[in-house]
Design a binder for this molecule. Structure first.
Ligand code: ZN
Length: 169
């Protein structure tokens, strides 16, 4: 069974303590693939017609309140959460000397949207008011730097993304 709509983490809570204060820790060796775009793509979009079947290996998350680790899947955004027009994110992966050759992955609302290279800037369209933004490294480990913020339809937002290279490939 699949549902259609835009993915969101809004309303997804820790299964143990029901906190919304958790972060994605990634999924090492999950065979990551992006849903759209590609290296060099200038504009990509968080996909419409999101299929809940797409992630057979869900990402893992860690609760900040009770420390429980749990698999996390996005849900389908409600009509109220869905924007009337997309907002645009201008995302720059800050240049880092180490690990410069490998593409990292942009995670938005539980969906791996596109790879991004060191120093690269990409535009991403989003269709939900609440955004969860994070970077995954080449093997699927999530950065400790993540952000939850809200956007308005038609607005433009700039964010810098950083990851600490743990493995230099
Ligand atoms: Zn918890």
């Amino acid at each position: 069974m699949t549902e259609e709509g835009y993915p969101t983490y809004l309303g997804v809570t820790c299964p143990k303590c029901q906190s919304t204060d958790w972060e994605v820790t990634g999924q090492r060796g999950s065979g990551l693939r992006a849903v759209s775009g590609g290296i060099g793509a200038t504009v990509t979009a968080v996909k419409n017609a999101y299929s809940t079947k797409e992630q057979e290996k869900p990402l893992k998350a860690k609760c900040h309140q009770c420390k429980k680790r749990f698999p996390v899947q996005p849900v389908i955004a409600t009509a109220e959460e869905t924007l009337s027009a997309p907002a645009e994110l201008e995302l720059t992966r800050e240049k880092h000397f180490a690990g410069s050759a490998s593409a990292n992955w942009i995670l938005i609302n539980g969906q791996i949207v596109t790879p991004i290279r060191n120093g690269e800037t990409l535009l991403v369209q989003v269709w939900t008011r609440h955004i969860y933004l994070q970077l995954l490294d080449v093997v699927g480990q999530a950065s400790a730097q993540y952000e939850r913020f809200t956007v308005e339809p038609g607005e433009h937002y700039e964010r810098a993304l950083k990851i600490k290279p743990r493995w230099i490939l």
